[in-house]
Design a protein around this ligand. Sequence first.
Ligand code: AMW
Length: 157
Amino acid sequence: MAAQYYHFGRHQISESEVFYTTQLSFALVNNRPVRPGHVLVCPKREVKRVADLTADETCDLWITAQKIGRQLESYHNASSLTFGIQDGPEAGQTVPHVHIHIIPRTAGDFENNDDDINDEIDLKEKQLKRRLDEEERQIRSLGEMAAEADEYRKLFQ
Ligand code: AMW
């Protein structure tokens, strides 16, 4: 049987990296997670901007993000979550396909955990550069990502 791929912008995402799907959304592990459990939730339809989503897609995306956040916060023994969307290139979006970043958070995980919403959303450009060296965020192997997705899939059975 031919392999099935999900489209995330120009990226073809193999089923092994996807750990949760609904009729309208899918969730994948991140190839450069900034923290353990940093995952992405996307609409199946490839749209660039939040404004391009239908009401059904918007509801489905956020209900999916809520469900995944709850499970991954617990799985990673975290105590908070960051939900982030970079909506358009000037907001820092690098993959032109709507996606919600979900990042389990723990006390002291970032040096400057201020309440500035732009800092929260623009994690890579602001918070993360302070704490994480780019070299520590190498793209991971497909095997490593598939193993992580396997673990998360069990949380939704
Ligand atoms: W953006 O800067 O568009 O808000 O975030 C893009 C996210 O997508 C980053 O966290 C990046 O690590 C992730 N990413 C990019 N390409 C892939 C891929 N092929 N598989 C998994 N995650 C990816």
